[in-house]
Write a protein that binds this ligand. Sequence first.
Ligand code: ZN
Length: 204
Amino acid sequence: MSTASLMVAGRRLHVAAEQRDRDPDAAQAAAQAFLTALGIDLDHEALAETPARMAKAYLELLTPREFDLTTFPNDEGYEQLVLVQGIPFRSLCEHHALPFIGTADVGYLPAERIIGLSKLARVVELFAHRAQVQERMTKQIADWLAEHLAPKGVGVVLRAEHLCMTLRGAQVSGTTTLTSAMQGLLLNDARARHEFVTLTHPAR
Ligand code: ZN
């Protein structure tokens, strides 16, 4: 599920993550066995549907919605930074199968095409809804936009709280992990990079 399948239709690309075989019934049965093995009594009426709900919740976390990538010609020759901040996402840490939850700032310097702004949130979801690590997710979003939008620069910043860190192990709640990926002029041009970093890493 590492690559997205793309069907070219003019300047609209239909984007759907490649799904590995899913078996909701097997997931539900496994959830039942898992919870029972952990000593949770599923005989109580309130818990009877818990294995089904658990399987459904995980399947939802692992299934990005399909979308059409719409891009438009950059007729006005807009050359400055386009930046969408605070895109919420939820993903699943592949090491612990526990969620990590946060926000994404996604920016680019347009070249020939500009992208429908809401699509940036869909690209984040495309890479969030799978078994993931935050570092890889950050880079995948940047790489995908570089490939499909061919901008002059792209920058992605993710901030997330990892439940595997706050619920167990170190048990440090309220911590935020920040990762970033910059390419093109947002990496190599000092002025553009400074603007992006200033906007996405406000002093606090
Ligand atoms: Zn983890």
